[in-house]
Design a protein around this ligand. Structure first.
Ligand code: ADP
Ligand code: MG
Ligand code: MG
Length: 252
């Protein structure tokens, strides 16, 4: 599904290399976790995949179902099935949550050459999804994320994910700053959305999220590259021993 080959990325403004030959393959239906020290390039990877400005790809490729992602506009990537949940969800004053979701759904449908969803069908869809995720109808009426607690913002991202039905979901430290209950809520949301045709890239600094979202594969990202890949036990090794042992092993 997602295939990244020898990806090299620099900051556009400074000649600073951040990703230095990163390769990764996520198969359909799988959950891959990426862990790594602060500053290793985890967020940069998610930004480059979703098409944020300010980064320059100097080498390598990234494809989703064989389609070159790096050539697409962010909205085209979303229409291709990519979803990015942010470390810090943005507040959008003046834009109602429903309006936001409806615009997102319909712009995706438009990009795919499908007709707009009627307001009746859309309302039904969102209400059903919100109910599944135990989301209060009140949250749907408020402006996007404005005044939401940390947990509510994350819950809202899970709702967005559920409504947009992406094939490839990237969660960048979506557990950071959350208490255990809110983190569990994110994990439950992700687990509810796991399916054969949908893959996840879960970026996290800590192992605790992975206690609840059982990953199929764990990668360690250090200094712009995947330096080690393993099963869930790799996350536990990191939690117990930190990154020092793995980094020393890689250096040797
Ligand atoms: P991680 O998410 O693993 O903590 P990041 O991808 O955020 O790492 O950052 C990787 C490195 O690139 C860090 O050294 C960070 O300071 C630097 N970096 C990333 N984006 C920018 C930016 N826009 N301006 C300056 N430095 C940046
Ligand atoms: Mg540059
Ligand atoms: Mg980060």
């Amino acid at each position: 599904m997602l295939e990244i080959n020898n990806l090299h990325v620099e900051l556009e403004d400074e000649d600073k290399a951040i990703l230095k030959g990163l390769s990764l393959k996520v198969e359909a239906g799988k959950v891959h976790a990426i862990m790594g020290p602060n500053g290793s390039g985890k967020s940069t990877l998610s930004y480059v995949l979703s098409g944020r400005d300010g980064y320059e790809v100097t080498q390598g490729t990234a494809t989703l179902d064989g389609q070159d992602l790096l050539d697409l506009e962010p909205e085209e990537r979303a229409a291709a099935g990519l979803f990015q949940a942010f470390q810090y969800p943005v507040e959008i004053p003046g834009v109602g949550n429903m309006t936001f979701l409806r615009t997102a759904v319909n712009s995706q449908r438009k990009a795919r050459g499908e007709p707009e969803m009627s307001s009746g069908d859309f309302l039904k869809l969102v209400r059903a999804k919100a109910k599944e995720l135990n989301i209060d109808a009140d949250m749907l009426k408020r402006p996007v994320n404005v005044g939401f607690s940390g947990g509510e913002k994350k819950r809202n991202e899970i709702l967005q994910m559920s409504v947009l039905e992406p094939r490839m979901c990237i969660l960048d430290e979506t557990d950071s700053g959350l208490d255990v209950d809110a983190m569990k809520l994110v994990a439950d949301g992700v687990n509810a959305l796991r399916s054969e045709g949908r893959s996840f890239l879960v970026i996290t600094h800590y192992q605790r999220l992975l206690d609840h979202i059982k990953p199929d594969v764990v990668h360690i990202l250090a200094d712009g590259r995947i330096v080690k890949t393993g099963g869930p036990e790799l996350a536990i090794e990191v939690e117990t021993n930190g990154y020092a042992d793995i980094l020393a092993e890689v250096a040797a």
